[in-house]
Each structure stands twice: as structure tokens, then as C-alpha cells.
Design a binder for this molecule. Sequence first.
Ligand SMILES: Nc1ncnc2c1ncn2[C@@H]1O[C@H](COP(=O)(O)OP(=O)(O)OP(=O)(O)O)[C@@H](O)[C@H]1O
Ligand SMILES: [Mg+2]
Length: 248
Amino acid sequence: MPSLKGQVATPEGIVGIEEREFQLELFPECRKPSPRGMFVTFEGGEGTGKSTQIKLLSDYLHSIQINNIQTKEPGGTEIGQELRSLLVTGDKDKFDAVAEALLYYADRRIHLTNKIWPALNEGTWVLSDRFADSTVAYQYYGYDKKVSKELLDDLYQIAVGDFKPDLTILLDLEPKIGLERSFKKAINMDVKETRHESRGLEFHNNLRNGYLEMAQLEPERFVVLDANKNIEQLHIEIVQTIKERFKL
Ligand SMILES: Nc1ncnc2c1ncn2[C@@H]1O[C@H](COP(=O)(O)OP(=O)(O)OP(=O)(O)O)[C@@H](O)[C@H]1O
Ligand SMILES: [Mg+2]
């Protein structure tokens, strides 16, 4: 038996790593055992309807016997909940943009290793309310490029490797409408998760345009839907998208 340096989480589960192969083996290519669950992410600005639609999609998939879990970023795990409260409440300028990106990536790595990869490998679909595109949209486009795209790409490689969503649904909406919806919702929240909502309209316009640019750069992964339609109509379009994409 070769001596092991330790263990590391990969898309295929926890594996022991031989010392000399440590760097090379950190992210071996995902084997995608069949049938691996699908990883579907929902993206978009504040109040675009992500949480509403993810729940409806989850119910639909259960109704056709597709096992699935709903999750979210930040805070998809118990540990991540603590990072979430740091990230989405309080003063909008309480840390600098690089520190913030690192915290989002710590949350993401925990989310992948403790929840997303194990579920996918069991054949369970994972529906995530936000994933790495949110970090590019908020920390790069929204923050007027205070964090470089290269740094965010490097963090992605370190924490996520070659793994990516099978489908990303971008809910596109005029920011003014989304923010109105979000603030209305926040009235009934005990803890106000409105750290990002409190940024100006320019930030939210940059965010929206950034998302649209990202979708254009990766048309094979993104589907952009008009989120100004009513909840039921949007759900029908999402189900159609899923059926087409995954040949259901
Ligand atoms: N298509 C829609 N038309 C009108 N209102 C909607 C629509 N979709 C969702 N809403 C309402 O808008 C509010 C925000 O929706 P939701 O929480 O699903 O958005 P979100 O994208 O998850 O927001 P956040 O970014 O704040 O988490 C909710 O009160 C919801 O009921
Ligand atoms: Mg939400």
C-alpha cells in the first residue's frame, strides 16, 4: 500500500491522495456514473423569482419521480448558514470585495463537498438557488470590476475544478421591479437579508447586464427567461426547458 498524504473531497466523493500525486489528483475528471443526478442552478438579481420557481420545479420533478433536493448559496449547509448571515446582512461596505469573494468561495466549497457532490453521485438532482455565476455577477460586474475576473476564475478552479452546472436558468428582470418585490418580501422577515438590495440602481443594472453577458458567452449552459411573466407562465417555460434539455 502506498502511504497516503491524506484525503480530499472530489466530485466523486472522499478519496485518499498519494503524496506525490496530490496536486494532480485534486480534481480528477468527474466520472459521471450513470445515472448521475443533474445540477441545475437558478441565477438572477434580487426578487427575480428564483426561490419561487425552484420550489415549483422541485415539486414538478417529484411528481414525475425525479428525486431532487433544493439548496441555495450562500448557506446551503449548516456551517454555510453562518457564512450566509455574515454575507447577506449588515453594512454593505463591511468588508472589501476580495475578502467577500473568498468567503463566498469557502461557502461554495463546503456546499459542494458536503451536499452537492454526494447528492449527485447518489443520482439525486440538485436545484441550487444561486451558484458561482452569482459571484461573477455581484463581485465583478456589480462591484464595477473591483475584483478581477482572473482572480474569480482562479478561485473557481481551486474550489470547484472542472465541475459546472448542467443547466443554468437566468431569470432576467428590470431591477426596479425586482427590488420592489424584494423589499416588500423583506417587510415580513425577522432578519433583513437586504445587504445587496441596499446598493444603488446602477449596481443592479450592472449586475443585470453582467448576467446577460455571461449567458451570451456560454449559450450551451444558460437559458435566459423573461421573469416579468406571471409565476405560472414562468413555471411552464421552466418545465419546457428542463424537458427539452434533459430529454424527459
Ligand atoms: N413572476 C412573478 N410575478 C410577480 N411576483 C413574483 C413573481 N415571482 C415571484 N414573485 C414574488 O416576488 C417576491 C420575490 O420572489 P422570490 O423570493 O422568489 O425571488 P428571489 O429571486 O428568490 O429573490 P431574492 O434574490 O431576494 O432571494 C416574492 O414575494 C414572490 O412571491
Ligand atoms: Mg430567494
